[in-house]
Design a protein around this ligand. Structure first.
Ligand code: XLS
Ligand code: NI
Ligand code: NI
Length: 435
């Protein structure tokens, strides 16, 4: 045991009336929601990078956090893992997520970096067993080191492409060995800073070639998890190729990979793309590629991926409504891709941020389940499209009609359609009743 979280109790469900800050008010892993345990619906994961690797820097200032595991070397990497697993236990989260760079020190050579990663996999594997913590997903950090400044798969230098592919292999291996449920690819610098030096066509082909290798390797080693791309429109690059869910789907379709790869949708990235989170989730569900979510909250004024912990219950309710409607998570889950504000220095800030986020998600989930079970929203939606049940309407969709037939139909039936209310305010009032 380390003493980092000394004095902080294990967080348990005490109900909404409790005065104890170190308790869940709404998240009760055992509570049944639509016949399924809340823990199995939400499938929470802690993100290693924000909670244990990030040091509090912003564009105007450096490190604010002082953690005993900051620094280089395997001993500190092991201490970091010890503290991480203590936090997973305090929170009772079933999963965590990591990049290679979060859990292992960078080596002097590629081979040393990989052997550091392997050694850390050996170290965390038994901890996962002992605490019953699973790996929601692993991923490769192909954006921090200067070698990746012009991209990884989309880099103009084929040696960087090769280095990125070799790194991907090591991270897929690590994820596979730890029983990961998914493998995520966020294209950190797969985009451009200026079109003046960029060949869009070539870079898309490079990206597809790499993705194909990832898919082949997954099948070759028998990795049963889901491959996920995480869309983001910009930041760090001015323009990222995986702009949003629809763009990613277009890319997958273009290269015939739409049955192999799904998406990990992040709330903050949806906002950056000018969408709502529920839009991105509904779109992914509609395209059959909804995999998992990164949960956070973006500041609506900053135009930046601020990665704050979720606390907006109405937003969570609409998000889980889309997820539940799509049948809920299979291999996916709710990953806290969220970080403390840089002034939140204390170990207890880390615990309370997650506990509050878990409660906000739980409230959202319960509200979403109530909306679905009640069915009023879906009934009104179905009513809006009810005209399409008619024989004539079906024919219009099934290819039985051409434009001339429509012309004849309109004239014969004397059509003069009367507009009907979209009932938006009524629907918004309805949603508010469940919050
Ligand atoms: C950055 C991304 C990143 C991915 C994992 O904005 O959200 O944290 O989730 O590489
Ligand atoms: Ni993000
Ligand atoms: Ni993310």
């Amino acid at each position: 045991m380390t003493d980092f979280f000394a004095g902080i109790p294990k967080i348990a469900h005490e109900g909404p009336e409790t005065a104890n800050e170190f308790a869940f008010r709404h998240y009760d892993p055992e509570e049944l929601v639509m016949g399924k345990r809340m823990e199995d619906h939400l499938r929470f994961a802690v993100a290693y990078w924000h909670s244990f690797a990030w040091q509090g820097q912003d564009p105007f200032g450096g490190q604010t956090f002082q953690r005993p595991w900051f620094g280089d070397g395997m001993d500190l990497a092991r201490l970091k893992a010890d503290v991480a697993f203590e936090m997973f236990d305090i929170l009772g989260v079933p999963f965590f997520c990591f990049h290679d760079l979060d859990i292992r020190p960078e080596g002097a050579t590629f081979a040393e970096s990989v052997s550091n990663l392997d050694a850390m996999v050996d170290y965390v594997g038994p901890k996962m067993e002992a605490t019953g913590t699973g790996l929601l997903w692993g991923t490769a950090n192909l954006f921090t080191h200067r070698r990746f400044m012009a991209g990884a798969a989309t880099n103009p230098d084929p040696d960087v492409f090769a280095y990125a592919g070799a790194t991907l292999k090591s991270c897929i291996d690590a994820t596979h060995r730890l029983g990961g449920q998914n493998y995520v690819m966020w294209g950190g610098r797969e985009g451009y800073e200026t079109l003046l030096n960029t060949d869009l066509t070539r870079e898309a082909e490079q990206f597809a070639a790499m993705l194909r290798m990832v898919v082949d390797y997954k099948h070759k080693i028998g990795f049963a998890g889901t491959l996920l791309i995480e869309p983001k429109p910009q930041e760090p690059t001015k323009h990222q190729y995986d702009y949003d869910v629809q763009t990613v789907y277009g890319f997958l379709k273009r290269f015939g990979l739409e049955d192999e790869v799904k998406v990990n949708v992040e709330q903050g990235h949806a906002i950056l793309a000018g969408h709502s989170f529920e839009h991105e989730l509904a779109m992914a569900a509609s395209l059959g590629i909804l995999g998992s979510i990164d949960i956070n909250r973006n500041d609506y004024q900053s135009g930046w991926d601020t990665d704050q912990f979720p606390n907006n219950v109405p937003e969570m309710a609409l998000a889980y409504y889309e997820i539940l409607k799509a049948g809920g998570f299979t291999t996916g889950g709710t990953n806290f891709d969220a970080k403390l504000r840089r002034q939140s220095l204390d170990p207890e800030d880390l615990i309370l941020a997650h506990a509050g986020g878990m409660d906000a998600c739980a409230r959202g989930l319960k509200a979403a389940a109530a909306m679905l079970e009640d069915g009023a929203l879906e009934r009104l939606r179905a009513e809006r499209y009810a005209g399409w049940e008619g024989a004539e309407a079906r024919k219009m969709l099934s290819g039985g009609y051409g434009l001339e037939d429509l012309d004849a139909y309109v004239r014969q039936a004397g059509l003069d359609p009367e507009p009907r209310s979209g009932r938006q305010e009524r629907l918004e009032n309805l949603v508010n009743r469940y919050l």
